[in-house]
Design a protein around this ligand. Sequence first.
Ligand code: NAI
Ligand code: A1CAB
Length: 277
Amino acid sequence: MLLAGRTLAIIGCGTMGEAIVAGLLRAGLLAPTQIVATTRRQEAAEAVRQRHGVRITTDNLQAIGEADAVVLAVKPQRVSKVLHEEGVGAALVGKTVISIAAGVTLAQLQSWLPESPVVRAMPNTPCLIGQGMTVLARGSRAGDAEVALAKKLFDTVGLCLEVEDKLMDAVTSLGASGPAFVYVMIEAMADGGVMMGLPRPVALQMAAQVFQGAARMVLSTGFHPAALKDQVTTPAGCTIAGILTMEDGRIRSVLARTIQEAARVASELGRDSSAEK
Ligand SMILES: NC(=O)C1=CN([C@@H]2O[C@H](COP(=O)(O)OP(=O)(O)OC[C@H]3O[C@@H](n4cnc5c(N)ncnc54)[C@H](O)[C@@H]3O)[C@@H](O)[C@H]2O)C=CC1
Ligand SMILES: O=C(O)[C@@H]1CCC=N1
């Protein structure tokens, strides 16, 4: 194990918490005994235990007491409530707290946890298969050691970058909501293939592999996407004909505005957390 002797608590082991757990276990960074996860209901807790063999409880205070570092993975509206549970603030003093809640700012987190180093992280569900994209922002009490720990966790399950907190809503939209936007595009391209006679499973596999191949070309060649597009567009060919149809549909502006709108909504998600104590 790379993180020998450390215990990580995941408070709120739902979709994203479980993706992180599964990704970390899959990569071998932590053993199941080094993770203690919580859910609200006992049945959900039991299901997570059966799937991953991690320690699990519905008692947040107990989980935090057993851990060196804590990932807060409840819904944004619940963050404040969880942090104001009896004894939780005191149990978190001095422990690294990594919040993945969309829209909950470092200023909010730091005001609820004045004596804990806090890192805000925005991962995405592909962490489950080691292909995540996570972006971090460090709170005022988080030093290099705390950021290094968070970075190690998320580097293990994909790519991890650091930005300033003010960019985290943009990051939430592009990085965390982004997979959903891509799934819609994959589905739509597969629909086009089906329309032209391809069997659905063939069309879906092709569309997904085309996204993966194109994404890897951008990441591994370092070429601008426009240059890579130009390699595909034979003069008077079929690709430029398809691209002009995309442009007729204002696809660039629709996609860019999609990121803008999701970021706007992300910025509002933490507000209820302040109200609900
Ligand atoms: N789903 C996604 O793709 C991403 C989600 N996030 C953030 O992750 C957080 C969780 O989102 P999801 O996993 O989608 O939600 P979810 O609803 O699947 O998971 C939330 C979990 O919290 C548990 N929970 C609720 N109240 C609790 C309490 N008082 N104590 C302990 N556990 C409690 C629930 O039982 C559930 O397991 C949110 O803050 C969201 O903004 C961030 C990046 C991506
Ligand atoms: O849609 C949401 O609110 C969450 C946060 C980012 C991805 N899913």
